[in-house]
Write a protein that binds this ligand. Structure first.
Ligand SMILES: Cc1cc2nc3c(=O)[nH]c(=O)nc-3n(C[C@H](O)[C@H](O)[C@H](O)COP(=O)(O)O)c2cc1C
Length: 272
């Protein structure tokens, strides 16, 4: 088994990198071949919205390192991701990479589907975690990875994670388990049974996980609040639902644009 570690922090040997390296050490103990990359060493330009990757199933034409990074991810059987919390969200370079993933999201063979992954998210200050883990879960789930563990770890200054032996042990153990073929989720349970986050949209007593698009009802019993989901297996990320979304919502935008193209050109003159 080959496992790729990806660090999305430009801090060399920072907390994310230490955690990823610890997980990879565990994986090596179980016999895995490992490689580590720092995403910020690669040039990732913004997606230009040409849609060729989705409509024509072509590799991205932008000249930068993005295809190289995805190739590394494709070659590996599993992913260990370390991403710090930057201003209540995942460090932006992860989103730059994700925005360039549409070809993989809609590829019929879903090349990442079922590959195990774990995420480690260092953050500095309690209650400043914000949307970081949800953003990391979106990255993994949209590509089709199977999340085995996702860990938020409070450590602010460079290297502070070194004093959290419990978390480092957990990284090591999950890395080892992934290398041994484990795919069962072993992280903290959240409200959503799919992404395991606690981010819910609330409309009176109905709730929806905005990441996984499953709906449920709030139940309050003995002073405890819980959510009963209607159809948790039928979430956004199943290959069938992704295919339906592509065919129903994305694909028709191509011919519609072609039909309107000349009129759009005319109307655009006012804004040039
Ligand atoms: C630009 C920037 C923004 C940050 N924003 C937050 C934040 O919103 N919430 C938080 O808890 N920590 C925040 N932090 C702290 C980092 O998450 C923390 O230092 C983390 O350990 C960095 O991981 P690294 O060593 O792998 O880079 C921020 C750090 C930086 C540099």
């Amino acid at each position: 088994m080959k496992i790729l570690g990806m660090v999305v922090s430009a801090r060399r040997l920072g907390n994310s990198e230490i955690a990823v390296r610890e997980a990879l050490m565990g994986a090596e103990e179980a016999g895995a071949e490992t490689e580590i990359i720092r995403l910020t060493d690669y040039e990732i330009k913004p997606c230009i919205g040409c849609m060729r990757c989705a409509f024509k199933k072509e590799k991205c034409h932008i000249k930068d390192d993005c295809n190289r990074v995805y190739e590394k991810m494709l070659e590996a059987d599993a992913l260990i991701l370390g991403v710090p919390d930057y201003i209540l969200g995942a460090a932006g370079y992860l989103k730059m990479l994700l925005d360039r993933s549409m070809g993989y999201l809609f590829a019929q063979n879903r090349p990442f589907y079922g590959k195990p992954a774990m995420a480690i998210v260092p953050y500095g200050v309690k209650d400043w975690e914000g949307l970081t883990m949800p953003m990391v879960s979106i990255f993994l789930l949209s590509l089709g990875y199977r999340i085995v563990d996702q860990i938020m770890v409070r450590c602010q200054g460079p290297g502070e994670i070194l004093f959290n032996e419990e978390v480092l042990e957990r990284c090591h153990k999950t890395g080892k388990l992934i290398a041994a073929g484990a795919v069962k989720y072993r992280g903290k349970e959240g409200t959503c049974p799919v992404c395991h986050n606690n981010l819910m949209e609330i409309d009176e007593l109905e709730v929806r996980c905005p990441i996984c698009n499953i709906k449920g009802h709030i139940i309050i019993e003995d002073g405890k609040l819980s959510v009963k989901f209607e159809d948790p297996e039928n979430h956004r990320w199943t290959p069938e639902n992704i295919k339906e979304h592509f065919e129903k919502n994305v694909l028709p935008s191509g011919p519609r644009y072609m039909k309107l193209r000349n009129e759009i050109k005319e109307r655009l003159k006012r804004y040039r």
